[in-house]
Design a binder for this molecule. Structure first.
Ligand code: GAL
Length: 828
């Protein structure tokens, strides 16, 4: 017997799988709670560029109490002279200090207590009870420190201090935000435990009948003695135990051991973008039948490949990736993450059947990836916007040499169990892509990724050296050969990532016969929601020329929402999608961008401070182009008619319709037909050019002569009332949940006033807070954090956060000359 157990332990030490017990019956069980708890409340904050040294903080330093996540930049004023520039949203960085006092129960004295930061922008330094724990320049990566050696237990206080230095500006091409802008956790474990990010779960063989699940688990022993323990891995589907495997280990003092286990799951429920089915693996460590540690990992079972001819194949089925790029800010909430706010963005994108997200151009908040797992998005997880060569004066290139290996490794370790991730991008439009140096770095980065994960493809988002917006097709082909740089042909990439140059997509198989295709970034079309340049106006189109600035725009820095205007390196929405949908080998694309974001107000500069690229505006209101995608990508029957119907009499107005599931659309003006239109060839919309006459515009779509849908737009009278609509009238009373309330300015008959720009004042009764106001107007300099805001084209958004008390919250909106209105949101 002794011999046998020695033998078993010997095998365990080698990390070889031992199935001591395994069952595949379905049994109820409980997935344990996470071993970490939120550590977000009751922090103190002090913003002061002149306190550079921790020891300068003294009893006269004034502190403000707040809860994390927190972004101090969003609280500031838009400043034309901000060192962050318009690119950074004209909001200032600075140097901030956070501190928190807390107690740790005596019973935890023999345990390990760590603090986990999901991301601090940027250059964080941390001290516990006066001991320095370390520095992390990268603002987007998660990290943790073991506090145990320095903690006081029992009644005595502990003090943690965090310095956040975002004072050197500019360091980003978009709005970064500043501060502890992601969640903070306190994690308590036994000294024998699964290491942070210590599991790696892959599904090497997947069929509809069975899936082999391979688990690698790193167990850490921080005891001064060797330990023998039993490791039980249980796979759950929701709350049902699917199967489990047990293994005995013996692990030396202060050592790590990697266990390797293989489990068979019968009749697996596969993860896909349409049915994102998840499993949970729970690793339980026991000594003498006493559970000492439990670690939970969500994963999915799916198979995929990028095929040279068929594009992206998921579980044996071809799936076109219809993705969008997203920056991390949450509009009026700034960069302080809130899970509901991310979920809302994803819900809105799902409404037009987006099925992919690119985390441009940095590791995202972990909550985004959890939501992508749950909601079904095909994620490209991106690491860097620059390597050694800077894009802005004080950016990450300064930290590159010292930190890139650790940052990339941590990103892969942190993210590699997410079933939603299918590609790693090692960089976006990296200046070194043209040089031999770039090849060396790309190989190094790809090597770092491959050491930790070989199941996804490595790509880089590469942009053309020359403008591809040329009409001559032969020339396009010639140029497309040189388009791809040393990086593309270096062998470091598993899939060629195209930023823009949709004219070259169809040449891909000739140019790169052995490497699959993905459009890492496309389009960069520009629109202001609800603003339209008509034929009788001078349409301010961009590009005029690739190398020209857009100095000649509209007064008020508006951009027409007819999908007429694009960055010179990009295309209209329709142009890229027309190419993309034509060929299976074009696996898919990530459109720049899903939502508008703060900063990079291309094509304008000040007074514009937020971007025009979004399919959805900064407040979360879809622009018209949203419905083009909806008509193409969803099964929903669509008939979207625009623009609004408030023009001067006689003006020629272009009326567009996006529609599907019908052969034709007929338009009526005040009851009189103005013509039947149907899409020809690869058309994606139909259009009528008609002189304006106040009244009713009605479109009817028909299939085989039968009405499919009817859409009506009416001329609005003078603005008279405010209408409030909450996305969720009931929210959780947890101090965190949000209700997004849309404000519509209407006439006396409830018709949206499409040009109304009244200032709206908000007040809230109850224990909640108004945490954001926004109209989606890129030139507005009103604070997103105020309680009043000017509407853009009839619409505004106000975001309500619950308190910790269950009660009814009463939101009132007021505006001069308009009827006030109140809505009740129930916090439960
Ligand atoms: C791309 C770049 C993006 C954004 C975009 C705007 O070249 O990768 O970060 O700047 O242009 O069109």
């Amino acid at each position: 017997m002794k011999k046998l157990s020695n033998f078993i332990q010997g095998l365990a030490l080698l990390g070889v799988i031992i199935l001591v017990m395994s069952y595949t019956g379905k049994e109820k069980g409980t997935v344990p709670n996470s071993r970490k708890v939120a550590f977000n409340s009751g922090w103190n904050f002090h913003l002061n560029d002149s306190i550079k040294d921790k020891d300068t903080i003294n009893s006269s330093t004034t502190w403000r109490t707040l809860n994390l996540p927190h972004d101090w930049s969003i609280e500031g004023k838009f400043d034309e002279k901000s060192p962050a520039g318009y690119g950074g949203g004209a909001l200032n960085g600075g140097l901030g200090w956070y501190k928190k006092t807390f107690k740790i129960a005596l019973e935890n004295k023999e345990k390990i207590t760590s603090i986990v930061f999901d991301g601090v922008y940027r250059n964080s330094q941390v001290w516990i009870n006066g001991h320095y724990l370390g520095k992390r320049p990268n603002g987007y990566i998660g990290f943790q420190y073991d506090l145990s050696p320095y903690l006081n237990y029992g009644d005595k206080n502990n003090e943690i201090i965090v310095k956040v230095d975002n004072s050197k500006q500019p360091n980003s091409r978009w709005y970064s935000g500043s501060g502890i802008f992601r969640n903070v956790w306190l994690e308590t474990t036994d000294k024998l435990y699964v290491e942070q990010w210590g599991t790696y779960i892959t599904t090497p063989k997947v069929t509809s009948k069975s899936a082999s699940v391979h688990l690698e688990t790193t167990i850490k022993n921080q005891y001064a003695a060797s330990k023998s323990a039993t490791i039980l891995t249980t796979i759950f589907k929701n709350d049902t135990k699917v199967t489990s495997v047990t293994q005995n280990i013996s692990i030396a003092a202060n050592a790590n051991q990697v266990l390797s286990q293989d489990i068979l799951v019968n009749n697996p429920v596969l993860w896909s973008d349409e049915k994102p089915e998840l499993y949970t693996s729970v690793t339980t460590i026991s000594i003498d039948n006493k559970i000492i540690d439990q670690y939970k990992t969500n994963f999915g079972i799916r198979s995929f490949k990028f095929d040279l001819n068929k594009g992206f194949i998921l579980n044996g089925k071809q799936v076109k990736i219809k993705g969008v790029c997203m920056h991390h800010d949450l509009g009026p909430l700034g960069s302080a993450i809130n899970t509901r706010a991310i979920e809302r963005q994803l819900e809105i994108l799902k409404g037009m059947r987006v099925n992919g997200i690119r985390t441009s151009h940095n590791p995202p908040a972990p909550e985004l990836l959890d939501l992508c797992d749950k909601m079904g998005f095909i994620v490209m997880d991106e690491a860097f916007d620059m390597w050694k060569k800077a894009k802005t004066k004080y950016d990450y290139s300064l930290d590159w040499d010292k930190w890139h290996t650790k940052d990339l490794q941590d990103q892969i370790l942190r993210d590699r169990n997410h079933p939603s991730i299918f590609m790693w991008s090692i960089g976006n439009e990296i200046p070194e892509q043209w040089s031999d140096e770039g090849v060396v770095i790309a190989k190094e980065l790809s090597g770092i990724v491959k050491k930790l994960d070989t199941t996804r493809l490595v790509t880089a988002a590469m942009n053309p050296a020359v403008n591809m917006n040329i009409d001559d097709v032969t020339l396009q082909f010639e140029k497309s050969k040189t388009y791809f740089n040393k990086l593309a042909t270096s062998g470091a990439l598993d899939i060629i990532g195209y930023n823009y140059a949709h004219q070259t997509f169809e040449h891909h198989q000739k140019n790169f016969p052995n490497i699959p295709f993905i459009a890492t970034e496309t389009t960069s079309a520009l629109e202001t929601r609800g603003y339209y340049d008509n034929v009788s106006d001078v349409v301010k189109k961009w590009p005029v020329r690739w190398d020209l600035k857009f100095t000649d725009g509209n007064p008020g820095n508006t951009v027409s929402a007819y999908d007429q205007v694009q960055a010179p390196w990009g295309s209209t929405h329709e142009a890229t999608w027309k190419v993309m949908k034509k060929h299976d080998f074009l696996a898919g694309m990530y459109i720049w961008t899903g939502f508008d974001y703060i900063g990079e107000p291309t094509p304008y500069e000040w007074p514009s401070i937020s971007s025009y690229f979004g399919i959805v505006d900064l407040a979360g209101f879809p622009k018209d182009i949203y419905y083009m995608y909806q008509s193409e990508w969803t099964n929903k029957t669509v008939l979207h008619l625009f623009p609004h119907w408030n023009w001067t009499a006689g003006k020629n107005v272009d009326v567009w319709a996006y529609y599907n599931n019908a052969d034709e659309v007929e338009l009526f003006l005040n009851g009189k037909s103005v013509g039947v239109r149907s899409k020809k060839g690869d058309d994606l919309h139909v259009m009528w050019r008609i002189p304006f006459q106040a009244g009713t515009l009605k479109a009817i779509s028909r299939k085989n002569g039968k009405t499919v849908l009817e859409t009506v737009i009416k001329t609005a009278g003078v603005p008279a009332a405010l209408k409030l609509t909450a996305d969720r009238p009931t929210i959780k009373a947890d101090g965190n949940d949000l209700s997004f309330v849309t404000v519509d300015i209407t006439d006396a008959n409830g018709v949206l006033s499409p040009n109304a720009n009244n200032e709206i004042l908000f007040s809230l009764k109850g224990n909640g807070k108004i945490v954001g106001v926004c109209s989606g107007d890129p030139v507005s300099h009103e604070s997103y954090k105020g309680t009043k805001h000017t509407a853009l084209n009839g619409k505004c958004l106000v975001v309500i956060q619950s308190g910790n008390k269950a009660e009814k919250l009463e939101l009132t909106a007021n505006a001069n000359g308009l009827k006030a209105t109140t809505i009740t949101i129930s916090a439960e």
